[in-house]
Design a protein. Sequence first.
Length: 366
Amino acid sequence: MTPPANSAADPCRGAGPPLEEAHAAAPGVPLESVRCAVCGADDPRVLFWAGDRLSGRPGRFRVVRCRGCGLAYLSPRPTPRALADWYFDGYEPHQPPVPVRAARRGPFRRWIQSHAVRWYTRGLGFDPEEVRATLGRIDDLPPYFTFGFVPTRHGGRVLDVGCGTGSHLDIARRLGWETYGVEISPAASQIARETLGLTVVTGALEDAGYPEAHFDVVTLFHVLEHLPDPVGTLREVARVLRPGGLALLAVPNHRSLAAFAFRSRWFPWEVPRHLYHFSPASLAALLDRVATLRLVRINYVPVPAGFTLSWEYLGRDHPWVGRMLSPTTVSRLGRVFAWATALAGMGDSIVAYARKPAGEARVSRR
C-alpha cells in the first residue's frame, strides 16, 4: 500500500535528529524527522542504515528504535509525496492476483488444519467447528488464511484497508462476506474493481467517508507499517467498526528469530516503504493509544518468505553463502523454519485481533 500523500496531521512529526547525515546518504530525497508513534518520545537509538534492496534504487536510510517503548521506525524518512516514488511499477502487492493452486487435503493436512483452527481461534468467541467448515468450502485457500482471518457461517460486512488488488477481499466474498476495500494506489484499486468486480475506494481510509459503526470486521493485512500516521488510521478504524466488531492487524515482527539472524538483510525491513517496525509488545502499546480498540490476542503466522528472501539477500552480499544451498533446499528449509518459529512464538509475521467494546457507541476521528 502506498502511503497517503498528505500527512500534515501526523502527530508523530517532530523536530527529530539532524538531517545532514541522512541527506548525504539519500541525496535529493526530501526527508522529515519523526517522533515515536507510540510514546511520542524523540530519543531513538540507531539500529542500522539500509537501502532499498527490493528495487535497487540508490539511497540509504536509518532504522532506529525508541529508547522509551521499543518501537522501531524509519527516521528521518522520505516525505509522503517523495515516498510514493518507491512504490515502483512491479511492486508485488499492486500486481493482479495470481490464482492459488488447489491443495491436496490428505488425512495429515486435515488433522493439522483441525488443530490449527482450534489453536488460533481460542479466546475469540468463534466456534472452531464452524470456522473449519467454512474454510473447507474453498480448495484454493492460501494456508496462511487459517491463521489471519476468522470467517463465520453467516458472514457480515468486512472492510479491507490497503486491499491492494483485492485477493483477500475476493476470498472473503466467496466465504459469504459483504466486502468493501480502500486502496491508495489508483492502479491497484482499478485492478480490484475491474478484474474482480469488488467495491473499492481509491484513497486513504480517513478520506473514504464511511458511516460510523458500519463494519463487523476491518482488516489491515501488512498495511500498518506503511502508514505515516498509524494512530490516526486506527482511530478511524475504531470509528467505522461496530461495537463488538473485530480489527485484524497483520504486520512483520522485527523481534523474530529471522530478524535476529539476518539483521539488516531481513527481508521485511523493506526500507524505505516500511515506516514502522512492530513487535508484539510495541503493537500492543500502539493499540493502547486507541482506547476504543482492546487487544484480544496475537497470533504468529508461518510465512516462509521472511527466511527465503532474506537468504537471497545474504547470498547477494556473500555469493559463497548463496551457493551453499540449492533454491529447492532453501524453499523447503524456509517452510520448516516458518512453522517452527511461529509455533515457538518467534515468527516473522504476527496478526493482532482487537475488539471494539460493545459499549463504545461513538468514536472521534481524532
